[in-house]
Design a protein around this ligand. Structure first.
Ligand SMILES: [Zn+2]
Ligand SMILES: [Zn+2]
Length: 270
């Protein structure tokens, strides 16, 4: 028996005696099955040739990413807080060295994930630290490894603690979530967005897609909803899903103007 991991999206599945036949997350039109067909690995196998790098991003914020790159290649973020650290988004590889280093940074009190592409081995992480894993109810069908650690939350916001709030923005996924960290960016506020709000090559801008690999856009209504969801929050900085995906300063203005530019383009007046 093993918990197989899809090598294209990095999602870990419930225990089975043989590898699952397919990965529903990769068969969905927002992802893709790799050219050689569906392939799997396991945590023990992944630990052979990969390790995690932990690098400070700013005061009380650390990135955790796997090297060499695995699957979608996102890095997680560890937000340090007096009320317990929050792990935002997740990666497939977890090993003793990572657990030790994270514990040295104060451990983990809760894990929250933006959307199913980063569910990765989050259940394994939740078990390792003995904490709850917060996923939005609207994406329940994409959970490939059911576990008592998972808390499906409902509605549009969830305050994990006084200055760390989950905001459901939708868009890329029905339950697409971003995380507002009010004390980030020296108190100006930080938004951690995964790829629900995607930091693009020109770091003054962001974008929004239904599928990134297959370039399927979102409707104007869905983009307006994302902008409205984050409107009540102050933030100067955005951390996207990758190491260099950072918008700063004026990140909130960037979301507004990027949405305007996008809507103009899809409505035919660009
Ligand atoms: Zn997959
Ligand atoms: Zn995604």
């Amino acid at each position: 028996m093993a918990n197989y991991i899809c090598i294209t999206c990095g999602t870990q599945f419930a225990q089975t005696s043989q590898a699952p036949k397919s990965c529903p997350i990769c068969e969905d039109e927002r992802q893709y099955v790799g050219q050689g067909g569906q392939q799997w690995t396991t945590l023990p196998e992944l630990r052979q040739g990969h390790h995690n790098r932990i690098t400070q991003q700013e005061d009380c914020l650390y990135g955790i990413g796997t090297e060499p790159r695995f699957a979608i290649g996102q890095r997680a973020l560890l937000i340090q807080s007096d009320q317990g650290n929050v792990l935002w988004d997740c990666i497939s590889l977890i090993d003793d060295e990572t657990i030790e280093k994270v514990n040295a940074l104060g451990g983990v009190k809760a894990i929250a994930i933006s959307h199913p592409h980063y569910y990765s081995s989050a259940v394994e992480w939740a078990q390792a630290f003995g904490v709850s894993l917060y996923l939005h109810e609207a994406d329940r069908q994409w959970g490939m490894r059911p576990d008592p650690a998972i808390e499906f939350w409902q509605g549009n916001t969830l305050e994990l603690q006084p200055r760390i709030t989950l905001i459901r923005a939708g868009g890329h996924f029905e339950g697409g979530t971003v995380c507002h960290w009010a004390t980030g960016a020296n108190g100006a506020g930080t938004l951690c967005t995964g790829d629900v709000i995607q930091v693009v090559a020109d770091k003054r801008w962001v974008s929004f897609m239904y599928s990134y690999p297959n370039l399927i856009p979102l409707s104007a209504d869905k983009i307006r909803r994302i902008v409205e969801a984050v409107e009540p929050y102050s933030f100067e900085r955005i951390y996207g899903a990758w190491w260099d995906a950072v918008v700063t300063p004026e990140a909130k203005a960037s979301v507004r103007r990027s949405a305007e530019r996008y809507i103009k383009a899809i409505e035919g007046s660009a």
